[in-house]
Structures are given as C-alpha cells and as structure tokens.
Write a protein that binds this ligand. Structure first.
Ligand code: DON
Length: 309
C-alpha cells in the first residue's frame, strides 16, 4: 500500500525543519555520521488506504534502539513474561541509554528495563534460535511480517561499524555475564546485537509497525494476530515509560503517545485505537533523540489531539 503525500503534513514539516540545524548526527557509530542532518520525513497509517506522508519517506535508515521494542516482543512471545523479567526489570532509569551506573547499584544486579542498552543486550541474549544466523533471521522475518515488506534486511556496513566501536556495550555485557544475567560468548552477543540495530527500513515500514501495535498486535490489513495482545500491551507500556530514554517524562507531557527512538534518527509512534507513525530525522538532540522529529510529534500531538493522557 502506497502513502499519499499531504500538504498539511508538508506544512508541519516545514514549520519544524529549522530544528535540524540545532542537532547533530550520531558519530560514535562512524557509519551513522554519513547521514544528511537536514533530512526530515514522516509517514502515518490511519486505516486501510489511509496512509499519509511528507518528506522523502522511501529513504532507508537503520533501526538502532527501535529494534529494542521488537526484540522484546519476540523474546516475550518465545520465553514468556516470567522468564524475560527474571533477566530485565520494568523501571525507567533517568540515565542516558548507554549508562552503566545503575547496573552496579541495582539489587538484584539486572538491567532496570529493556529499552536501555544493558537491558536490550539481556533481551537479545534470549532471542529464539540456536545460532546467531537463526536468531537474526527470526527477528528479520518478524519485522518483514509486521511491515509487509519482505525486502527488509540488515546493513552489514553499519553493523560492522558499530561492532568495531562497541566497547561500552561490550563492557555492559561482560558485567552482566559476571553477574549471571547473560550467558554465552560476549562477542557473539555483540555481533547479533549490532546486526539487530542495523536492520534497515523506511518511514512507511516504521509507521506500519506502529499501526499494528496500535491495533493491539493485529495486522489491520490481513486480520492476522502478529503480536499477542499482552505482548503488544507490554511493549507499548515500555515505549511510554522508557521509549525516549531520559527524555521520556518530558515527551509524555509534550506528546503523550507510546514511542521509541533510535540514534539513526528514527522514531516509531503508536497511537491507541489505530494510528502508526514513522519519522526519520537524523539530527539528534543531546539525549540521542531526533531533534526535529520530536518537534514534529509535539506539533502533531497538539494539532491532532493525540495524547493518551
Ligand atoms: O547500542 C547502541 O548504542 C546503538 N546501537 C543503539 C543506541 C540507540 O539507538 C539509542 N537511541 N537513542
């Protein structure tokens, strides 16, 4: 299903696009530094044959932290709530996404939630499959099903670029291995995690994922249950409490929808009762969220009264 360009969305993009100049693209993963900071695009699914867009919505980008929502859903579907939450908690941290500090002070010593890097590494360690290839293809298959886009794969160059520079994530993983939170070879886990973060899609695909989640896990186009009701409920709750990292509180006040950002500049939004949003704007604020993407969501939430609160 194609998306229709709309003048209204284009106007809203133009209204906030100057914010892109105030942000910076992520460079700690060197390959992400090549993105054009001026880009801003949005797609919105509201119903069958109701997909609206503005900006270059076919431009692809990597999921980065948005993948954390999808690995959590897959781990919950395979291992169940009780098992997954033995390894990772349910509380927001108020710390940056890559922080190690609470890992040492939390008792029991497990990451506080699955949306920070430590928690996401613990969740990736639970993905179904015997080998990394099998685990990755289960995850990519799940994303292909959610989006309806069977061409989705991961970007090897971005994955390799992150793998070579992921020493902070490696140290989080070694710490958790020592404390029995994760099992197996740390570099194998990092290889899988960096590939999961490098899965590549566009705003349409992201909006479609948000739409399925907004529809309680049922694909509105096929009627198929892709994500069980309770799993969809749990991941959306984490999107509200931890989806924008240590900006989640301010985002809840100013926008008020379940959302998840990534350092590539993507934002996945899911508005209850049937709206999915995909945004791409690689210039980031100091907390790692798309600076103009957030402004666009603030405007959208105000104009369309989207807040769930
Ligand atoms: O682990 C990392 O640092 C990246 N692959 C993902 C971090 C991320 O997207 C945080 N987002 N705001």
């Amino acid at each position: 299903m194609g998306c229709q360009k709309t003048e209204q969305l284009q106007k809203w993009i133009e209204k906030v696009s100057s914010y892109t100049e105030k942000g910076k693209v992520a460079t700690y993963i060197p390959a992400l530094g090549e993105a054009d900071p001026n880009t801003l695009a949005i797609a919105i699914y509201e119903g069958p044959n109701q997909c609206f867009s503005a900006g270059n919505v076919s431009e692809t980008f990597t999921l980065q932290s948005i993948s954390k929502v999808l690995t959590l859903a897959l781990a919950l579907m395979d291992k169940g709530e009780d098992f997954v939450f033995q390894k990772v908690g349910m509380e927001p941290t108020g710390d940056p996404f890559n922080s190690i500090s609470k890992l040492e002070t939390s008792v029991p010593s497990k990451p506080l939630n699955p949306m920070i890097n430590a928690g996401a590494l613990a969740v990736t360690n639970l993905l179904p499959g015997q080998t990394n290839d099998e685990k990755l293809s289960r995850l990519i298959g799940f994303i292909q099903k959610l989006t309806g886009n069977h061409d989705i794969t991961y970007n090897e160059r971005v994955a390799q670029s992150e793998f070579e520079t992921a020493d902070l994530n490696r140290s989080l993983a070694y710490f958790m291995k020592q404390h029995g939170v994760i099992e197996g070879d740390v570099n194998e886990l990092l290889a899988l995690y960096t590939k999961q973060c490098a899965i590549e899609l566009n705003c349409h695909d992201l909006a479609k994922i948000g739409w399925v989640l907004a529809n309680k896990g049922i694909d509105p186009l096929s009627g198929e249950i892709i994500v069980p009701f309770d799993v969809a409920r749990i991941v959306k709750t984490f999107m509200v409490t931890c989806g924008m990292y240590n900006a989640s509180g301010e985002f809840a006040i100013k926008v008020g929808i379940p959302a998840k950002s990534g350092v590539s500049g993507g934002i996945l939004g899911s508005v209850p009762h049937g709206m999915g949003i995909g945004i791409y704007g690689p210039a980031l604020d100091e907390k790692g969220n798309s600076i103009a993407g957030i402004k666009l969501l603030e405007l959208l939430a105000k104009e369309m009264k989207l807040s769930i609160f």
